[in-house]
Ligand binder design. Structure first.
Ligand code: FAD
Ligand code: MLT
Ligand code: ZN
Length: 457
C-alpha cells in the first residue's frame, strides 16, 4: 500500500512529478500493489510512491530530490528477487520505490568486441534475444528471464544454470553506469578489457543489492554460441552418483550445465502441473547434464543401466528443462515456501545434505521439504513449507548447518532482508565492517535500500 503523504512528502511528490512526469509517479494502493509485495509473498511493506524515471538524468534528479528531503529510496527492477530485498520493509520510514523498468534500451551488439550495452531495466530475456540475433550468447540464464532486469541481475550478481560454463553475472560485466544516493553519476561504460586505473565499480556494484547506488546501464561481455548441445535427464540413486556423473561428463566434454532435482520436486511437477516424469522409475535424485557440441550422446558418460532421457533439439531440451526450471513455481503453488539458497564445498555435499535432511525431517513445524539446485556450483536450494511466513527458526538452523561446513548462506540470491541477521555466519566482523565503511562513504545518510544487506541504523 502507499502511505498518506505528509505535507513534506507532498512537496517531494510534486517535485518528482516535475522530473518524471505526473503519470510516472504512482500513488494509491491499486497502482503500487505490484511493487510492494515480493515474489515469495513473505515480504511486503508500504511506500510513499513508485517513481518510474526514463533516463539516467531523471534517476539522478529523483535521487537528488529524495536526498535533499532525507527521503529513503528503494530500488526495484523486475521484483523477482527471493530474499525480500526488492520491496519495502513492513516497518520503519516508508521509502519511495524507484522502478528502473523504463530504462530498457539495448544498444547494438559490437561485433568486434562481442559486447553490448543495456539499460538497467532491460529484461534478461531481451538481452539474451539481442545477443542471439547478432550471433552471440549472453552467459547468464535463469527461469525468471522474462521478468528479471539486467540491473537486478547485476545488483544481485545472479547465478543461474550456466555458471559452470560462463561464470556468475560479475564475470559478464565490463562496464557500468550508476547513480549515487546524492544524484552523482558514475559513468564507466567503455568496455576496455584492460583498464587498471583504480577501483572497478562494476565489480563493486555487482552483488551490492542496491545499497551503494542505482545501476542505470551495464556493458556486458557476450560469448560465442556452441553449435549443438546434448541434455540428459538421468535418474540417480544418491547425490554422490549425480556428482560422479557430472564429473565424468566434465572430463569428456565442455559442461554447459549440471543441475539436480530430488524426488519431491519431480513428483510436484506431476501433482501441481500434471506433467509426469519421462523417466522409467522414480529416483531419489534426478540430474540434468548439458554438454556442448555433442552431436550424439557421446559427450555424456551414459550406459544401458542408466534410466535416462537425452535431448538434442531445442524443443526436446526445453521439455526436459521444465522439470528443473519450474521448481520455484511448483513449490510456490503449495503455500508460503521458505527458500534458502546456499553453497557448500562439493567434497562435503553428501554430508551436508544428510544433516539438512535430518534437521528438516525432525523440525515439528515443517510439513514437507525438498531440494533442488545447481550441483556443478555446490549450490543447493532448500525449500520447506509449514512455518509461518515470519517464523525464521528453521531458516536459522539450516544456515547454521551450512556455516559448520564452511558454506555460504547465499550462493546467488543475495542477503536482502532475509539474511541480514545471519551474514556473520559467512563473513567475518572485519569484512562486514569494511563493507559498511564503503556503504557509509557512498551513502552517508543511509537512504538507499535501508535494512538490506545491513541492519537499519
Ligand atoms: P529485483 O527483484 O527487483 O531486485 C533485487 C535486488 O536488486 C533488490 O535489492 C533491489 O533493490 C536491487 N536492484 C534491482 N535493480 C537495481 C538497480 N538497477 N540498481 C541497484 N539495485 C538494484 N536468481 C539467481 O541468481 N539464479 C537463478 O537461477 C534464479 N532463478 C529464479 C527463478 C525464478 C522463477 C524467480 C522468481 C527468481 C529467480 N532468481 C534467481 C532470483 C531473481 O530472479 C534474481 O535475484 C534477479 O537477479 C533479480 O532481478 P530483478 O530485476 O527482478 O531484481
Ligand atoms: C533456481 O535455481 O531455480 C532459482 O535460484 C530459483 C529458486 O531458488 O527458486
Ligand atoms: Zn538457483
Amino acid at each position: 500500500m502507499s502511505t498518506t503523504p505528509t505535507p513534506a512528502a507532498s512537496v517531494l511528490l510534486e517535485s518528482l512529478r516535475g522530473i518524471v512526469g505526473p503519470t510516472h509517479v504512482l500513488v494509491g494502493d491499486d497502482l503500487v500493489a505490484p511493487y510492494v509485495t515480493d515474489w515469495t509473498r513473505r515480504y511486503s511493506g508500504p511506500c510513499v510512491a513508485v517513481v518510474r524515471p526514463a533516463s539516467t538524468l531523471e534517476v539522478s534528479s529523483v535521487l537528488a530530490a529524495c536526498s535533499a528531503a532525507g527521503q529513503p529510496v528503494l530500488v526495484q527492477g523486475g521484483n523477482t528477487g527471493l530474499v525480500g530485498g526488492s520491496v519495502p520493509a513492513s516497518s520503519g520510514k516508508a521509502p519511495v520505490i524507484l522502478s528502473t523498468r523504463r530504462l530498457s534500451s539495448i544498444g547494438a551488439v559490437d561485433q568486434l568486441t562481442g559486447q553490448v550495452t543495456a539499460g538497467a531495466g532491460a529484461l534478461l530475456s531481451a538481452v539474451q534475444d539481442a545477443a542471439s540475433a547478432a550471433g552471440w550468447v549472453y552467459g547468464v540464464d535463469l527461469a525468471a528471464r522474462d521478468s528479471a532486469t539486467i540491473g537486478g541481475t547485476v545488483a544481485t550478481n545472479a547465478g543461474g544454470v550456466n555458471v559452470i560454463a560462463y561464470g556468475m553475472t560479475r564475470a559478464q560485466v565490463v562496464g557500468i553506469e550508476a547513480v549515487l544516493a546524492d544524484g552523482t553519476v558514475i559513468l564507466h561504460l567503455n568496455g576496455l578489457l584492460k583498464d587498471n586505473t583504480g577501483f572497478d565499480f562494476g565489480s563493486l556494484l555487482c552483488g551490492s543489492e542496491g545499497t551503494l547506488g542505482v545501476i542505470t546501464a551495464v556493458r556486458l561481455r557476450l560469448h560465442h554460441p556452441h553449435a549443438r548441445t546434448s541434455l540428459a535427464m538421468v535418474g540417480c540413486a544418491t547425490y554422490g552418483d549425480a556428482l560422479a556423473l557430472m564429473s565424468a561428463s566434465a572430463r569428456r566434454s565442455l559442461l554447459i550445465a549440471a543441475e539436480m532435482v530430488d524426488a519431491i520436486g519431480i513428483e510436484l511437477m506431476d501433482s501441481v502441473l500434471g506433467i509426469p516424469s519421462p523417466l522409467a522409475s522414480s529416483w531419489p535424485v534426478v540430474a540434468f547434464i548439458e554438454v556442448a557440441d555433442g552431436g550424439d550422446a557421446s559427450g555424456l558418460p551414459l550406459n544401458d543401466s542408466h534410466d535416462a532421457v537425452v535431448a538434442f533439439d531445442a524443443g526436446e531440451q526445453a521439455r526436459l528443462w521444465q522439470f528443473r526450471e519450474r521448481q520455484t513455481e511448483v513449490y510456490g503453488a503449495k503455500g508460503i515456501c521458505h527458500k534458502l539458497d546456499v553453497s557448500v564445498p562439493l567434497s562435503r555435499m553428501e554430508e551436508v545434505l544428510a544433516d539438512l535432511g535430518s534437521l528438516l525431517r525432525d523440525a515439528p513445524t515443517v510439513e514437507f521439504y525438498g531440494l533442488f539446485g545447481h550441483i556443478a556450483d555446490g549450490n543447493i536450494h532448500v525449500e520447506f513449507i509449514g512455518p509461518a511466513a515470519d517464523d525464521v527458526e528453521v531458516d536459522h538452523q539450516v544456515l547454521e548447518v551450512i556455516s559448520r561446513y564452511s558454506g555460504s548462506i547465499s550462493a546467488e540470491h543475495g542477503v536482502g532482508r532475509m539474511k541480514v541477521d545471519s551474514l556473520h555466519l559467512t563473513r567475518s566482523a572485519a569484512e562486514i565492517a569494511a563493507m559498511k565503511a564503503i556503504k557509509d562513504a557512498l551513502d552517508p545518510a543511509g537512504l538507499l535500500n535501508q535494512g538490506i544487506l545491513f541492519p537499519t541504523a
